[in-house]
Design a protein around this ligand. Structure first.
Ligand SMILES: NC(=O)C[C@H](N)C(=O)O
Length: 328
């Protein structure tokens, strides 16, 4: 008989814990997990927060990252149960902050407990199976939802209500869970950062999406209010010609990362060369987001600056993600 594997579960709240529509009607972790057993897996449970995921903070996640690393010393894996609204961001932030090599799996639900076809129990069971599987070590933080296994680096919430809301656009899931067993299709090449980052100092990083006819009013004074900026530009990294000087001036004051508002595909700086093209903007000191979408680029810039990175380190880390020439 094989020994049972221990999976440590941390709960933060979200729809999976919502008995009703009021915040006060949240279930405890034990209530969420009641009836969701996976053969051969022993669950150890900690209720950490009971919040809608839109109200989770960097401090909440930094504390959780410490607890995950501690728990990973003697558990086979970790499951974080939370709301889906910010799950694509919390997963990636934990990926940057955690040292653990055991599986760290985030999951939640789109349908409240007790509603027809509630998805919480199935998502939880699949997450526990992945967290307990030694074959899922060293994959970075994972999101398991609707029987798919996604990399924190690529996953996005793509639908307001669908139970199949999580997808990795342009890449697809790393694997699937079939009849309770994880099946990996791909392995990520390597970690985004070689060592875990620490949120040592408070920083502010803004994300500004460019839109048709944008005159850039939202960029006014950004350099005085924020320590860094991510611009979600058009297509493969394009801005209107009239914003080029403004973006150049901003990049001279604070790190400015150039990402795409499309939400998928790399930003490498290889296509157009005219004014406002990504080639032009990267030559003016903006840093390419590479394979990261704008939200994840914002989290990486935030974590790097909070860890004490200077501009050259920021350019180096993002440059490594692109394999392309990074900004000055
Ligand atoms: N499906 C969910 O969990 C959404 C919820 N509002 C949350 O993110 O907390």
């Amino acid at each position: 008989m094989t020994a049972s594997r221990v999976v440590r579960v941390f709960t933060l709240g979200g729809t999976i814990s919502s008995r009703g529509v009021a915040d006060a009607e949240r279930l405890t972790g034990a209530e969420i997990l009641a009836g969701t057993g996976v053969p051969g897996v022993t669950v150890e449970l900690s209720d950490v927060r009971r919040l809608p995921s839109s109200s989770l903070s960097f401090d909440d996640l930094a504390e959780l990252a410490g607890r995950i690393d501690e728990a990973s010393a003697d558990a086979s894996g970790v499951v974080v149960v939370q709301g889906t609204d910010t799950l694509e961001e919390t997963a990636f932030l934990l990926d940057l902050l955690c040292a653990a090599r055991t599986p760290i799996v985030l999951t939640g639900a789109m349908r409240r407990p007790g509603t027809p076809g509630e998805d919480g129990p199935a998502n939880l069971a699949a997450a526990l199976a992945v967290a307990a599987d030694p074959g899922c070590r060293d994959l970075g933080v994972l999101v398991v939802f609707a029987d798919e296994i996604h990399s924190a680096r690529l996953v996005r919430k793509t639908h307001t209500t669908s139970v199949a809301t999580f997808a990795s656009p342009g890449a697809g899931p790393l694997g699937v869970v079939v009849e309770g067993r994880p099946r990996l299709l791909l392995r990520p090449a390597r970690r985004v950062v070689a060592r875990p980052l620490r949120l040592r100092t408070p920083v502010r990083v803004a994300l500004a999406e460019l839109t048709l006819g944008d005159r850039g009013e939202l960029l006014d004074g950004v350099e005085d209010r924020f320590d860094g900026l991510v611009v979600a530009a058009f297509g493969a990294g394009h801005a209107p010609t009239w914003l080029v000087e403004r973006l150049t001036a901003l990049a001279a004051r604070i790190p400015v990362v150039l990402a795409s508002r499309t939400g998928a595909g790399p930003l490498l700086g290889h296509t157009y060369r005219g004014p406002g093209s990504e080639y032009d903007l990267l030559g003016r000191g903006l840093v390419p987001a590479g394979v990261l979408d704008a939200r994840k680029a914002r989290l990486l810039l935030h974590a790097l600056l909070a860890d004490g990175a200077d501009r050259s380190r920021v350019a180096e880390v993002f440059g490594d993600l692109t394999g392309a020439t990074s900004g000055r």
